[in-house]
Design a binder for this molecule. Structure first.
Ligand SMILES: CCCCCCCCCC(=O)SCCNC(=O)CCNC(=O)[C@H](O)C(C)(C)COP(=O)(O)OP(=O)(O)OC[C@H]1O[C@@H](n2cnc3c(N)ncnc32)[C@H](O)[C@@H]1OP(=O)(O)O
Length: 225
């Protein structure tokens, strides 16, 4: 095993937190993430004058000072509590503690389907007034990967094909994905991202259980993502 894979595997941690403790943490940090996400949008769109901007920035400096008094060196990794509840809270597409992530909350079923209804604000703009194509790809990668995981056939994205059918607006959107078939360690998943006028982006992905997660290796983990 290479050093980088070993280091990566150390970020899969079972920390024995109870479901109640996890809920408490979600209640504490979730609103912080939401505030920071809202702050990103306000920093982008505010039109207040210089003194107000500078005053707001001073407040932010104070907030940062408080938060930095105790900091995990990062990255966050993937953690499981005592009951097996998973927290991929650093995930850039859907992490509860990651304000860069669009506000995605997924629903799943055990047949390998995942879906989410969400709202994208101005911070996710690409072409004027429209969702950035890379953000559409991010959302679909996560939706397809989540479907593979929900169906019990998780993997890392090996291939992701996207077809941009029409511009994706900002605002209310829907993403969904389902397992098409499982071929050994490969899970083929399809999905789509839709706006009010219909499907904007279609996706097909191949999710692969990587070599390090499938061997007889003692460091084997059941879920690589
Ligand atoms: C709540 C959380 C839910 C989770 C959502 C997660 C969504 C987000 C997912 C990600 O962002 S993952 C990060 C992006 N992906 C990567 O960084 C993957 C980088 N690539 C790798 O790690 C490896 O190349 C990979 C795991 C994809 C494959 O390596 P392996 O060493 O396991 O593959 P191997 O060479 O043993 O080949 C196994 C099979 O896969 C096939 N294969 C390998 N690479 C492939 C590829 N890239 N695309 C399609 N098929 C591929 C290969 O042909 C072969 O097919 P056959 O068994 O039929 O012969």
């Amino acid at each position: 095993m290479t050093d980088s894979i070993a280091q990566q595997q150390m970020l899969y941690v079972r920390d024995e937190m109870s479901d109640a403790e996890i809920a408490e943490q979600a209640d504490l940090y979730g609103p912080l993430t939401d505030s920071v996400r809202e702050l990103i949008e306000l920093a982008l769109l505010t039109e207040v004058d210089g003194p107000e901007v500078r005053a707001a920035q001073e407040h932010l400096e104070s907030a940062k000072q408080i938060l930095r008094t105790r900091v995990n060196p990062g990255p966050y990794g993937v953690r499981w509590g005592a009951s097996g509840q998973k927290r991929a809270w650093g995930n850039a597409a859907a992490g509860l503690r990651n304000a860069i992530a669009p506000p995605l909350v997924f629903n799943f079923d055990a047949d390998g389907r995942a879906w989410t209804d969400f709202h994208l604000g101005s911070a996710y703009e690409g072409p004027a007034g429209l969702t950035h194509g890379g953000i559409a790809a991010l959302v679909l990668d996560q939706a397809l990967g989540s479907a593979a995981e929900a169906g019990g056939a998780p993997g890392m994205t090996g291939t992701l094909n996207l077809r941009y059918l029409r511009p994706t607006p900002l605002g209310a959107l829907h993403a969904e994905a389902r397992i098409d078939r499982v071929e050994g360690i490969k899970t083929i998943v399809t999905g789509q991202l839709s706006g009010p006028d219909g499907v904007c982006v279609e996706a097909e992905g191949i999710f692969i259980l990587p070599r390090w997660a499938r061997g007889g290796d003692s460091a084997k983990v059941s879920d690589p993502v």
